[in-house]
Design a protein around this ligand. Structure first.
Ligand code: G6P
Length: 613
């Protein structure tokens, strides 16, 4: 939600900022802005994407070795030029970019209005800029820019990642974080600031992640880290392991397509080093310390949002099946506000690609307060959730840039499968033979996905037939019900076609009324214990002239005889099927969205990382 970049050093800031913003555009793309220090301060901003801003300011003098940039996902105020960041304070003393929400902005705004401040935008960010300036100007010589920023932040309720330019101290940037992520890249006589490491990686691999309540005062050759209360801190310098190739399209038309095709590799990376070479054992090092608690757990709560919630639902089915521990799957946003029952014996698993989702983070906080043991299943290394949880497992899917999640989902399901199998085996519930068979099945997944990806041309043809549908239904049973939800989410997110996922048997309690000759029904119908039932569901759709596109196990002739189209996946155990069946659905959604002319990597109104509630 909103991308932030900053640069201070000897190089020209503008090209670094623009490139950085393009890398962060997946976080929001409602408007873009840049501020540069070049003798004076200059702000350029406009509604639209980074490229829109670039084209209108190309003839300006954009020199300067210090600057900040922002790409916005609107919260307060519609996306327009005026609400775009950076925001300057009334007297131009401070310029600020902000990711997050200042919850008490209206009260602060009223107070500032009573002191003569007027506001140009509808944003909470302009309020913060003016608050800093008010404190600075009122304080006289004793109050430096840094003190004014810290004092203003102590009055703020809400979440923020900010970078501030102070006109009177032009050789400095101030960055601060509470809730919204910020990372600082450390170079030779230069520093890079960003919402995540992707804009930094091509410049330096040495980084400092800001923690909540941290303020960094950054000059070309010096970084001083403090708390908002002015206690000096020793920065923890870390090395990034990410590779630049991982954040480039590498010949693919879209990041989403690249990420779908990366799944054989990303799943391999997820289980690499965690499955013994003789395929007899799963070891999740990150859970080692909490294993006794996990084995003794009477209940597991999974909290997540969006696609990660769907992975959590697969996790519920897997853990209950193999480890016989009751599992409840919760939306972070509901959990945090509904007074849930949490006990110190509970294990809470938070699942998140970004590790920054505000609702999931708040759910973690609640669970910790109640004394539960909280585990994280996250993709972004060093993000907030892994730092806020007691233990966890990284998914290691590599950077996911496409807003619609694909490889992160299959990586999450891979981790949850490993957890379920390992737990079941350790508890003596999952027999040794089946444990080993399932490990073998899991390790075979990357090759099986390769086979599915080879059918891509077939998916293009089917997409062509149904790209103009206005509604679609996705049906699945058992392990494949969450995949039906995920398939529907993929289609609506990127193609804007209304789609619903349903447990196949529930169709007769409502959605069946929608079925007619124009309604494509995607049915997950692989060979498993509910196969006969799902065949009946397909017949029910056909009896009402619906169009059936069925994902089936290769060689299935029964469904081939009834359905309009079949998409084959290689044979597998039913518990492994979510990892395979989701791939054709991802590809179909992708092709349909491309054919409809949609912006696949940056769908309207969405953002990759939702750091506001
Ligand atoms: C946003 C993204 C989704 C994602 C969800 C949860 O809505 O667009 O793709 O599934 O947030 O994000 P997380 O990073 O916590 O998995």
């Amino acid at each position: 939600m909103c991308g932030i970049v900053g640069y201070i050093g000897k190089k020209q800031a503008y090209p670094i900022l623009i490139k950085g913003l393009k890398r962060l555009e997946y976080r929001g793309y409602d408007s873009t802005g840049i501020a540069l220090i070049n003798g004076d301060t200059h702000i350029y901003k406009r509604k639209g994407k980074v490229s829109d801003l670039e084209s209108v300011i190309q003839d300006e003098n954009l020199s300067g070795t210090i600057g900040i940039g922002h790409t916005r996902w609107a919260t307060h105020g519609e996306p327009n030029d005026c609400n775009a960041h950076p925001h300057a304070s009334q007297n131009g003393k401070f310029i600020i970019i902000h990711n997050g929400i200042i919850e008490n902005y209206d009260r602060l705004k009223e107070k500032l209005k009573n002191r003569g401040y007027t506001f140009e935008s509808e944003t909470d960010t302009e309020v913060l800029a003016n608050l800093i300036e008010y404190i600075y100007m009122k304080g006289g010589k004793a109050v430096t820019a840094e003190i004014a920023v810290r004092m203003a932040l102590s009055k703020v309720i809400g979440a923020y990642g900010i970078v501030v330019i102070a006109k009177d101290e032009p050789d400095m940037l101030i960055a601060a974080r509470k809730g919204s992520p910020l990372v600082i890249g450390v170079g030779e006589g230069e520093y890079f600031i960003a919402s995540d490491a992707t804009p930094i990686i091509e410049h330096t691999k040495t980084v400092i992640y800001l923690n909540n309540d941290n303020v960094a005062v950054i000059k070309r050759n010096e970084l001083v880290l403090k708390t908002i209360q002015n206690d000096e801190l020793i920065p923890e310098v870390q090395e990034l392991t990410m590779d630049i190739g991982a954040i480039e399209k590498q010949g693919y038309d879209h990041f989403m397509l690249k990420e779908i095709f990366e799944q054989p590799q990303s799943i391999t990376d997820t289980f690499r080093g965690r499955i013994s070479l003789d395929l007899s054992e799963i070891r999740l090092g990150g859970l080692f310390d909490v294993m006794p608690k996990l084995e003794a757990a009477k209940r597991i709560l999974i909290v997540a949002c969006g696609t990660s919630w769907h992975a959590g639902l697969v996790g519920e089915y897997l853990i209950e099946e193999f480890a016989r521990i009751p599992v409840e799957v919760e939306y972070g946003s509901e959990f945090r506000y509904r007074n849930p029952i949490i006990t110190p014996e509970d294990i809470v698993i938070a699942i998140s690609q970004s590790g920054e989702t505000a609702d999931t983070l708040a759910a973690i906080e609640l669970a910790k307060q109640a004394g539960a043991t909280v585990l994280g299943v996250c993709n972004v290394v060093g993000s907030s959730i892994p730092r806020e949880t007691h233990a966890g497992v990284y998914t290691h899917a590599g950077p996911e840039i496409g807003v619609a999640s694909t490889k992160a989902f299959t990586a999450q399901v891979t981790v949850l499968t490993m957890m379920a199998l390992m737990l079941g085996h350790r508890k003596g519930i999952l027999p040794d033979k089946l444990y080993r068979e399932l490990i073998k099945e899991l390790v075979a997944v990357p090759d099986k996905i390769e086979k599915i990806l080879k059918q891509n041309e077939n998916f293009v043809k089917i997409a062509e037939l149904y790209k103009d549908a206005t509604n679609s239904l996705y049906l699945g049973r058992g392990f494949l019900f969450p995949v039906a939800l995920e398939g529907a989410l993929k289609l609506k997110e990127i193609s804007y076609i209304h789609a619903e996922g349903y447990p196949a048997a529930e169709m007769k309690h409502g959605p069946i009324a929608l079925i007619d000759k124009n309604m494509p029904v995607y049915v997950l119908a692989t060979k498993d214990k509910s196969y006969d039932k799902i065949v009946t569901n397909i017949q029910e759709v056909k009896a009402r002239n619906g169009i059936v596109i069925a994902v089936v196990t290769e060689g299935d002739t029964v469904i081939k005889g009834i359905a309009d189209h079949v998409l084959e996946i290689p044979k597998c155990h039913e518990a492994i099927a979510p990892l395979l069946t989701v791939v054709p659905l991802q590809l179909l959604s992708y092709h349909i969205a491309v054919m409809r002319g949609c912006n696949v990597d940056q769908p309207r109104n969405l953002a990759k990382s939702v750091t506001v509630e």
